[in-house]
Design a protein around this ligand. Structure first.
Ligand SMILES: Cc1cc2nc3c(=O)[nH]c(=O)nc-3n(C[C@H](O)[C@H](O)[C@H](O)COP(=O)(O)OP(=O)(O)OC[C@H]3O[C@@H](n4cnc5c(N)ncnc54)[C@H](O)[C@@H]3O)c2cc1C
Length: 378
């Protein structure tokens, strides 16, 4: 993969304009007030951004992972915290429904999800299960009316305002990851409560909360994909999600580099811009090189996915490298802004707090090293 098509370049320009108009001006305020800008859902739906990679028959644009990664990169550059809300909605909840949903489920959730009229969340993690799906304890017991769900979910982003949740639960206790199934659960069902909102270091524009299921009965049609095949369904969704996470990290890394390049040209010390010092120039050269490598890995993984070629290893490599690079870039950016990067008015401190989450969500760096090692035959 060597470049983008003219249509993709045009698309990038339209997204940049959108971000500069609608996201950048509110990014700091949303972080401070811990409020997600919900009005962006229908707006992005109208512009076709939520449906970039979904089939036209449900209102999508039918584009591939590369075009979607372009959108993700620009959103990540504008605000990682706001981008996270769109990430769980599109890259996880809607992606799983588009890939494994029945036509009725797609009508009910994918179509309004693409339009930004319904918001989705992804409830996989639990108090006792994060990296290890085999530890999932949330139970979905088969009953004549469908399934009865009991358990607690942790860190469900978007859940304070989501209309539905794609939930992973055990349908075969004792079978670990082999007994998992996915369900689409509507907000407001009896026995489904959104619990406490969780305070986080960064990503404060997004909202994440605990979910409590206490005998919540869902109909049989709520099952997404095949019963007891949920681990595979979730992993396929997460593999594509990883490319998006990598693209967000590329965007956030770019924001760090761009801001720093600008700053070192105007900040004067010892009678000259600090960017004239070789020590500073070498840091920026390393930042730019690492960022370019992140971009190449990310768009290569997206391109492989679009070609229908194997991309598990490449998606993990992109996610691992791009997210660790973004953390390093945000740290170096803060260093090169000196004390002015550390003050609360600076967008760099927000970036520094936000990007660390990329290394934890969607499989931690350690889990991606495990996946890559397995793909190497180890
Ligand atoms: C702000 C925020 C938003 C989130 N949003 C969502 C969401 O919307 N939906 C959702 O389902 N989850 C969400 N999560 C949860 C996130 O995906 C998990 O935190 C992540 O998967 C790690 O799980 P854990 O926190 O339980 O860590 P653990 O799995 O307990 O890991 C602890 C440490 O042990 C390491 N470790 C674990 N196993 C291994 C191993 N086999 N080899 C080497 N090292 C290992 C990990 O890398 C980590 O460093 C969110 C988390 C946060 C903080």
């Amino acid at each position: 993969m060597v470049g983008f098509t003219p249509e993709q370049e045009l698309f990038r320009r339209s997204v940049v304009e959108f971000c500069e108009r609608e996201i950048l001006p509110i990014a700091a305020r949303c972080d401070e007030s811990r409020e997600f800008p919900l009005h962006l859902f229908p707006l992005m739906g109208k512009l076709g951004y939520l449906g970039v990679k979904f089939p036209p028959e449900y209102g999508g644009a039918g584009e591939g992972s590369v075009t979607y990664a372009i959108l993700a990169e620009e959103l990540g550059r504008a605000s990682a915290g706001i981008a996270l809300g769109f990430y769980v909605h599109v890259a996880l909840a809607l992606t799983a429904i588009a890939a494994f949903g029945t036509p009725a489920q797609k009508e009910r959730y994918l179509r309004p999800g693409i339009a930004g009229e319904k918001i989705g969340a992804w409830a996989f993690a639990e108090p006792g299960a994060g990296s290890d799906p085999g530890s999932i304890a949330c139970r979905a017991e088969k009953i004549p009316a469908g399934y009865r769900i009991t358990g607690t979910k942790m860190f469900t982003t978007n859940s304070p305002f989501a209309n539905f949740v794609v939930l992973t639960a055990s349908t075969a206790p004792g079978q670990g990851a082999k007994g998992l199934s996915l369900f689409i659960v509507d907000r407001g069902l009896p026995g489904f409560t959104v619990g406490r909102r969780i305070e986080t270091l960064g990503m404060r524009a997004s909202q994440t909360a605990e979910l409590i299921f206490d005998g919540c009965v869902v109909p049989g049609e709520a099952l997404l994909g095949e019963e007891n095949r949920g681990a595979g369904t979730a992993m396929q969704t997460l593999t594509l999600g990883r490319i998006t996470a990598a693209a967000y990290a590329v965007g956030a890394g770019r924001a760090a580099l761009e801001a720093t390049l600008q700053y070192v040209k105007q900040r004067q010390q010892f009678g000259q811009p600090v960017g004239k010092f070789q020590g500073v120039q070498w840091m920026l050269a390393d930042m730019a090189t690492a960022l370019e490598a992140s971009r190449l890995l990310t768009y290569q993984a997206a391109w492989l996915a679009d070609q229908g070629l194997p991309h598990i290893k490449e998606a993990s490599m992109a996610k691992l490298f791009a997210t660790e690079t973004a953390t390093r870039l945000a740290s170096d950016a803060l260093q090169l802004h000196g004390g002015y990067g550390y003050v609360m008015e600076s967008p760099i401190q927000r970036l520094y707090r936000d990007v660390k989450l990329f290394e934890i969500g969607e499989g931690t760096s350690q889990i991606h090293r495990n996946i890559i090692a397995r793909q190497l035959g180890l």
